[in-house]
Design a protein around this ligand. Structure first.
Ligand code: SAH
Length: 256
């Protein structure tokens, strides 16, 4: 189950933090590390700080964009040390662990996303996430070291996993009803947002010159809804039909 949960580090500056992250993950039983454009990796400092978790470093994937890093994920949680302009559904680390384990148990892939040492995650990156996670540190000094933040969240994932292990196993018949394969992934959702945005521009609801956070607000709304694949197809169908009408094309149903 823990294999469904990956850690994503965005633009990490210090290779030592990558090594310390690998160690924190391995301690808690996680294995999948994805690095979005790390400044220097592989690096001896990473290996030293991993102290024994070299297998995680060796298997780490380096990718160019956050989008690639979260491909295939049904649940994406982004961490933030401070408040952002548009409030997003916010979890504490315990709730984050519970959500991650619940999703992973249903067969959905989960990403825990961590930001840059000097600047965290951008608003755009945070808006790609279903939830934001904040470690409730002292507000006067709320920014943890990157690998320390990874440790806190992966510890909570492990605690939730251990608690779930105590429960009787879910019979296989019920597992197939849990619909892991019907979960919409982050990349499918991105295609939907692109379709939604172009449709809203086309019908004149969204003015690209004055977007007024409309797409952010819609992302928050749809992200909260936990859309399933069939529902996404329905929404895509509505958009396609809306575009057809806006373009003066004949109506599909009347056509038949
Ligand atoms: N100066 C940055 C701090 C980045 S700390 C900022 O103001 O955002 C590096 C990373 O560690 C963050 O991007 C986040 O992933 C994680 N982190 C640090 N403190 C955290 C906290 N209190 N809650 C959640 N994540 C935290």
């Amino acid at each position: 189950m823990l294999q469904n949960i990956r850690v994503v580090l965005v633009n990490t500056s210090h290779p030592g933090n990558i090594g310390a992250t690998a160690r924190a993950m391995k301690n808690m039983g996680l294995a999948e590390l994805v690095l979005v454009e790390p400044r220097s990796f592989p690096h001896p400092d990473a290996t030293v700080r991993a102290s024994g978790a070299d297998d995680i470093l060796a298997a780490a994937r380096v990718v160019a964009t956050l989008e690639e890093a979260i491909t295939g994920c049904a649940l994406v949680m982004g961490t933030s040390a401070r408040d952002r302009h548009i409030p997003w559904p916010l979890l504490d680390p315990r709730e984050c662990g519970q959500q991650a384990v619940r999703q992973a148990a249903e067969g959905g892939r989960v990403a825990l996303v961590f930001g840059r040492e000097y600047a965290g995650l951008t608003n755009e990156e945070l808006q790609r996430c279903h939830y934001h996670v904040h470690i409730p540190a002292d507000p006067e000094f709320s920014s943890l070291n990157l690998a320390a933040a990874v440790q806190v969240l992966t510890y909570e994932v492990r605690m939730s996993w251990l608690a779930a292990e105590q429960l009787p196993a879910i019979p296989e018949k019920m597992q197939s009803n849990l619909r892991g394969d019907q979960k919409v992934t982050a990349d499918e959702l991105e295609l939907f947002y692109a379709h939604l945005e172009s449709t809203l521009v086309e019908i004149g609801f969204l003015d690209p010159a004055r977007p007024r956070h409309l797409m952010s607000r819609l992302r928050r709304l749809y992200g909260r809804a936990g859309i399933e694949r069939k529902e996404l197809n329905l929404l895509r169908g509505i958009l396609t039909e809306t575009q057809a009408v806006a373009r003066g094309l004949p109506h599909k149903r009347r056509d038949k």
